[in-house]
Design a protein around this ligand. Sequence first.
Ligand code: SF4
Length: 358
Amino acid sequence: MSLEIFPQAELVLRRAGPPRRYDNTMRVLFHQCQRKFYWWKIRKVDYLIRPSYFSWGSAWHIIKGHWYSHPDSKAEPFSPEWKNAALEALTIGLAFWDNSGAIESKLDTRDNLIRLWKAYILSYPTENWKLVKGGAELGWLWSLPRQGGQVSPYFLGGSMDGYIDWEDLGLMVLEEKTTGIWLSDFFMMQWKFSSQITGYIWYLTQLLGEVGGALINTVTKQNVAAAKTGITPQFARQIETRSEDDLFEFEHDWRRDIEAIERSWDRWHWPKTTDTINCTGGIGKSPCPYKGLCLSGLPPSLVDPLAFPNLTYREEKWEPWKRSPEERARGKPFALPSCGKPRLLRQKNKPHTKETPS
Ligand code: SF4
């Protein structure tokens, strides 16, 4: 592609106008670095070969999703049916890993999937909750109302690992998390601030009226037993809740962020971050794939991403709320309604306790 083509192509992208459908990834990227949002969302520049931790995380999710959907996971622990179900889940996850094309790295390995799956089912042989039928790997899209509840042209969406019915706690979001760093109180604290988790609780509240929160089910890929530190766990669970005010604030924050994205779009100005850890990476944070583009010294409209290592153009639209054919083929019989009308978070007779700028 010749360099002269890019400014013209940019004009087309700009005229297409800002998105009306958003997910948490778009919001987080915009906050991290507007230039990154530009490369990833607008120019659709993506990894040519995705880092192996993506495939490892997907394989882990597949194992867990299959396990929780399998009726024999509720059988007597260590009975033949229970063991067969555990083996079946592992086999499906390993098949995904083997076909993913991922290159094994220190922690992202086939052996680590096997080791951790064994350790997991020994740690949690039974559960007092069950995955809601049809609630696995749930793609969702829901209208974001204007302030006051009127319909807006905007939608929030995403894809969550599922939702569960917990005997005493009610219906809850299930969120699986994998990490390469050691689990600690600091690490787990982040879920209290996570807009992704708030978004899932917001959506399920819209759908069901009331939810008990979210179960965050976390694993570190580090080998805790081998390290013999005795102070950090291999797995950690945490229940997250959000108040009605939190959800109200979440909607309002989203409206403001959409306004900010639209302002940047009008100006067609996507500044680079001032927080350089987003570029270089650091503990628990991957380096930005667009470093080379940003260091090229050229205006973005003149940069050809294909001239840089491990970058390509994403062909498909970013629509995480649509489940992939592979997910459907994994036997999820039906999905919940993925699209709905806005639900007012507050009842009419309940006074607002927060300032509500327009
Ligand atoms: S390298 Fe840094 S400035 Fe460039 S897109 Fe990535 S985070 Fe933004």
